[in-house]
Design a binder for this molecule. Structure first.
Ligand SMILES: *Cc1c(COP(=O)(O)O)cnc(C)c1O
Length: 240
């Protein structure tokens, strides 16, 4: 079932790329496995999925370590993306267990994961979360502060700045989705054009989920984060 769902999502991505005149390999699929256990990750990995997104740190670390335990460790090792909010007292878990962090919205978090990245691991790949639609309760750097934050984060060691991430208010209206995603794309292009330190590899626009991935791809997303359409509906509490 997860395999069939994955195939259906891949086909949606292919159709959206074709409609937008984009090459399919310019959009990556991140499977958001939050609230689902290691077996769901195994099933998706068996169907060829390599990158997984998690929101809840303790749940994620339990899952990642369970999947690394021998025998039966997944090969190749999945790539783990932290896409949930991170408090500064939890940065060490992110630095130790993840490959990517999508939710940096202030310098302090980036400084901490930079200092805490264990020696021997590759740089942690970073996206800045931008509050693109002004949702008051939401995390994310304000769009007009994103360039300054990008420049500061790009100077830190043990990190590689990869791009921006957005999490707009859900809307059933495709035109409204497109408008917000285009604002994110314009900001992404503006930051690239403004110039960043050479250590940055600013190539990732992380936007689009189960309900708006077509609009996100049309607007220029390079990485869609899809949970429900792959794993099914979630109950809100993380699974024990
Ligand atoms: C849960 C979550 C997703 C996946 O959402 P779906 O609607 O289930 O596809 C994507 N991004 C973030 C940041 C999330 O928290």
């Amino acid at each position: 079932m997860i395999g069939n769902n994955l195939q259906a999502v891949r086909e949606r991505i292919l159709r959206a790329c074709a409609a937008a005149g984009r090459a399919p390999e310019t959009v990556r699929l991140l499977a958001v496995s939050k609230t689902f256990g290691p077996e769901a990750v195994r099933e998706a990995a068996a169907a060829g999925q390599q990158a997984f997104g998690e929101n809840y740190l303790q749940e994620a670390v339990d899952k990642i370590t369970a999947l690394e335990r021998q025998p039966g460790a997944l090969l190749p090792r999945p790539e783990w993306h932290c896409i949930g909010p991170v408090q500064s007292n939890k940065t060490k878990l992110v630095a130790a267990h993840f490959d990517w962090l999508h939710t940096v919205d202030r310098l302090k978090i980036a400084q901490r994961v930079s200092e805490q990245r264990p020696a021997g691991l590759p740089p942690l790949q970073i996206c800045l979360q931008v509050n693109i639609d002004g949702g008051a309760s939401k995390s994310g750097v304000a769009p007009d502060e994103a360039l300054a934050l990008a420049r500061a984060v790009a100077e830190l060691p043990h990190l590689c700045l990869r791009g921006l991430m957005t999490l707009p208010e859900p809307s059933p209206d495709v035109e409204a989705q497109l408008q917000v995603h285009r604002r994110a794309r314009d900001l992404f292009e503006a930051i690239r054009a403004a110039g960043l330190p050479a250590s940055a590899r600013f190539d990732t626009l992380s936007m689009g989920m189960s309900n708006d991935l077509e609009a996100a791809i049309q607007a220029g997303s390079t990485l869609v984060r899809v949970g429900t359409a792959i794993f099914g509906g979630r109950s809100y509490a993380p699974s024990p």
